[in-house]
Write a new protein. Structure first.
Lengths: 96, 381
């Protein structure tokens, strides 16, 4: 059975306006830092997958069905906190 | 730890799962690290600047609003907070959309206990169709396919992300808070019939089935995709409850049918006209001596003296499609409850707390204390 459903992804309602030109600077800084971090991650995963595939140790299915342990989830949580710390630094500065 | 909490929930793929984790942590960061800076920033920078020009402090929330909407730090947090809500839903919708066919097929295996009644002629109230509450795309009522359950599934999976995993394994923290309150303050009640108004996916309905195993527990809502999901979810969790599509302003149940009528986070999603109708309906439905207990977001009995806090409380109203929650705070609830006929000395505006001993999986303190308002129908009525 394949009905190809497309669920709505935008909510109905008023859209408030937030930023003036001053904040766009921050936004740009954040977007660029994020892009950089994503690029670093992507390349690291690519390296990782390539090495594993070359050594015949893992399939794509195993990646998708992987469920992290509690310890790994904590490690990831801390890493995401540090990522957000770097990305959202300009906003913090505005509130100091 | 697996994100799938019961057999009606889909399993997210690796990338969907970590995308959802990111939103959980983003929301935690925004609250702990950014939102926490706003009050000190206001007191240190914004308020003194206003004082210099006006020789007084801002007196009410509308003055604070003008100042804050011109402050780029506040506006940046506000935008990010709104975006995090949108990112939450899109990251969950990916999982639900990808699994929707198999989830709908799976409904057949989840029909053993309880019941589900749908009223195809029911009109959804305008206060639920004018905008999508909490920015959930399509709201709780929209259907994209036959036997749609997507709105219910999206809500069920989003709640832990929204609440930073504070709602417990079965998303039932709020009902557990009501149950804690009953255990402490209304010790002797033993209702035979219980009604949960605006039950949605039944996450606040099922705890009453478990608490009162001899009672028949009913849940009503206008949103069909949530009700279908609620019935299947109850079966997945092995708990009996009876769901039906009805408007709580006027239900089809006979008068004096219930010993206990509850709601969680219902009233602030309705309207000026609906609130008195709902309270009157509670009175009609209760047996003499029966109780109604409503749990909501904001207390009624507290007047907010700090204009900054008063302004911040309206964030959801302006930014997260909770248009009525600000207006509800200004309604005279005591009078509405009195006018319905409830015993004056039993009307209480207080708060309920969930204790970890009542359910598993509570990890945060996000919602641990929420306002409840309750009243008893006179025993001689």
């Amino acid at each position: 059975m394949s009905k190809k459903i497309k669920l709505p992804r935008v909510a109905k309602g008023k859209k408030p306006r937030y930023l003036d030109d001053g904040s766009i600077d921050n936004l740009m800084a954040m977007i660029m830092t994020l892009t950089q971090e994503i690029s670093v991650l992507r390349d690291r995963i690519d390296t990782f997958e390539q090495i594993l595939e070359d050594k015949n140790v893992i399939s794509e299915k195993e990646f998708d069905e992987f469920i992290p342990s509690d310890d790994l989830e904590t490690t990831r949580k801390n890493r995401r906190h540090q990522l957000l710390e770097r990305v959202l630094l300009p906003i913090k500065k505005d509130l100091e | 730890m697996s994100k799938q909490k019961h057999t009606m929930q889909p399993q997210p793929s690796h990338d969907e799962s970590v995308r959802q984790d990111f939103v959980t942590d983003l929301r935690a960061y925004l609250t702990d690290e950014i939102y926490s800076l706003i009050t000190p920033h206001y007191e240190k920078n914004i308020e003194p600047e206003f004082f210099q020009t006006n020789d007084r402090k801002p007196i009410d929330k509308s003055e604070v609003k003008t100042l804050m909407h011109n402050d780029k730090g506040y506006q940046s947090w506000s935008l990010l907070q709104r975006l995090s809500q949108q990112m939450m839903f899109t990251s969950v919708i990916d999982t639900v959309e990808r699994n929707l066919d198999s989830m709908i097929d799976n409904l057949d295996k989840h029909q053993t206990t309880g019941s589900l009644e749908i009223d195809h002629s029911l009109r959804i109230p305008k206060y639920l169709t004018a905008y999508d509450i909490h920015q959930q795309p399509g709201g709780y009522h929209s259907e994209s396919i036959e036997n749609d359950i997507s709105a219910g599934a999206v809500y069920d999976i989003s709640l832990p992300i929204y609440s930073r995993n504070a709602m417990g394994e079965e998303n039932d923290l709020l009902a557990q808070a009501i149950i804690c309150y009953i255990d402490e303050h209304l010790k002797n009640i033993e209702p035979n019939h219980i009604l949960d108004m605006g039950c949605g996916i039944g996450n606040s309905t099922l705890p009453f089935s478990k608490k009162y195993p001899n009672a028949r527990v009913f849940g009503v809502d206008v949103a069909v995709p949530c009700l279908r999901y609620a019935h299947a979810r109850a079966n997945a969790l092995g708990v009996e409850a009876h769901f039906s599509q009805q408007n709580v302003e006027k239900t089809s149940y006979e008068s004096e049918s219930f010993g206990l009528v509850t709601s969680t986070l219902l009233l602030h999603e309705t309207s000026h006209d609906a609130v008195p109708k709902i309270i009157n309906e509670c009175f009609r439905l209760l047996e003499p001596g029966g109780w109604m207990i409503h749990l909501d977001v904001y207390p009624f009995h507290k007047k907010e003296d700090n204009p900054l806090y008063d302004f911040l409380k309206d964030w959801e109203v302006i930014n997260n499609n909770e248009n009525f929650s600000g207006a509800l705070r200004n309604m005279n609830m005591r009078k509405i409850i009195q006018d319905a006929g409830f015993s004056d000395e039993t009307i209480k505006f207080t708060s309920a707390e969930a204790a970890a001993k009542y359910s598993k999986g509570y990890t945060g303190d996000f919602y641990l204390k929420l306002p409840v308002y309750l009243a008893q129908k006179p025993t001689n009525s």
